[in-house]
Design a protein around this ligand. Structure first.
Ligand SMILES: [Zn+2]
Ligand SMILES: [Zn+2]
Length: 392
């Protein structure tokens, strides 16, 4: 007897998002064909290359300093003139309106890595997190505007949202056309400053959602896939320090060490000197070090778990690690006590003694920061020794 065929259940794929699919397919194909062809047959002027670099920087930094750190995370405040320039540059990057972009990005932070809720979940693979999420209308891609009530109140952002199509046409065609005409290389600027700039700027930003969740180190947290990667910072205007960003998203910096390549942080800081940005939010050094030390302790414990050394040797390492745990919780307690003390002291101190109290507190807080830093350095050496002792 022949069994009746089972009806096949096929999950319907999300419908194609045609405007995005066409834009994200046609522009790269046009760029890789037209740019080399024109370069070989006509050549590009220096001005055309300069327009590529200048406009890419404008687009890239408008997304990082504007869309991302200013609007999505409110990491600082900016003068209306700065907001205007960032809005023009961000519009030109063609990554949707600030309202849509930020609604999606805030969801990304809230539900990072969740396969159904994170709009560009890295858990769904490179292609999806890089570009695939935009090519179809996935439910997770629907902008949740209840996320952005603060931004909806801004008339400048409302205007951009309402006239978005017209504004992207103006910035992507009219602006390069005017520049091209002014420098006497119309097609050169249209192709490099217009077309190639758009494609490069698109994919470098997309790397933040894809590669920055795949390649690199996790010094602050391993609770999500976000990574710190210097090489990616080079191409993303400083957003490569993504592991830090996911744990402390309100910091205006992504690369927190002074030598970390984060041009967006330098731009915001530089504008602050000119009084064009204000209220720059920074996570206190103590909190950063605390997160790092916590991660080191976690790593060391996990490493010991996997090792099959002689029991006595392992016991020694465990004791050593327990001491470090105790030191760590002591420092945290001291910090909490000092915080309470500082509130009391400031309440009680008379005006003339306030300065004295401040100086005392500053000194005490710094001492605890140094203590945490010292433990961080000590644990780094300890981890190296631990790994060596196992392999020797
Ligand atoms: Zn992310
Ligand atoms: Zn973010």
């Amino acid at each position: 007897m022949v069994e009746p065929a089972q009806p096949m259940t096929v999950t319907p794929k999300a419908p194609i998002n045609w405007p995005a699919a066409i834009l994200l397919t046609v522009t790269p194909i046009a760029a890789v064909t037209l740019v080399p062809w024109y370069g070989l047959t006509h050549g590009f002027s220096v001005a055309a290359w300069a327009s590529f670099l200048g406009l890419w920087a404008l687009n890239g930094m408008s997304i990082t300093a504007g869309y991302h750190r200013l609007w999505a995370h409110r990491a600082y405040e900016a003068h209306p003139l700065v907001r205007f320039v960032l809005l023009v540059g961000g519009t030109m990057a063609v990554q949707n309106s600030v309202l849509v972009w930020c609604a999606g990005h805030r969801t990304h932070h809230r539900h990072v890595d969740h396969v159904d809720l994170d709009p560009y979940s890295a858990k769904r693979g490179f292609w999806y997190s890089h570009i695939g999420w935009m090519l179809r209308n996935y439910p997770s891609g629907n902008a949740d505007f209840t996320n952005v009530p603060d931004l909806q109140k801004d008339p400048m952002l409302q205007f951009q949202h309402k006239h978005y199509l017209l504004l992207i046409l103006l910035t992507n065609f009219a602006l390069p056309a005017v520049i091209g005409w002014a420098v006497g290389d119309f097609w050169g600027v249209m192709l490099l400053g217009g077309l190639l700039r758009l494609v490069v700027s698109h994919h470098m930003t997309f790397f933040i959602n894809s590669l920055c969740h795949m390649w690199g180190k996790r010094p602050y947290t391993d609770e999500n896939t976000a990574r710190d990667n210097f090489w990616l910072a080079l191409f993303t205007w400083g957003e490569g320090y993504h592991n830090y960003h996911h744990i402390f998203q309100y910091d205006y910096r992504n690369g927190i060490k002074w030598w970390h390549y984060d041009p967006t942080k330098w731009l915001i800081g530089g504008l602050n000197k000119l009084r064009l940005t204000s209220k720059l939010r920074r996570v206190p050094d103590f909190q950063l070090k605390k997160a790092e030390v916590e991660m080191q302790l976690k790593r060391a414990a996990a490493y010991l778990e996997t090792q099959a050394q002689p029991a006595s040797q392992l016991e020694q390492w465990r004791t050593r690690l327990n001491q470090e745990y105790t030191t760590f919780s002591h420092t945290l307690n001291e910090w909490a006590t000092l915080k309470e003390q500082s509130i009391e002291l400031k309440k009680e101190a008379f005006a003339q003694r306030l300065h004295e109290a401040d100086a005392f507190l500053k000194h005490e807080f710094q001492a605890l920061e140094q203590k945490m830093q010292a433990q961080h350095t000590r644990l780094a050496t300890l981890l190296t020794r631990l790994r060596q002792s196992v392999h020797s």
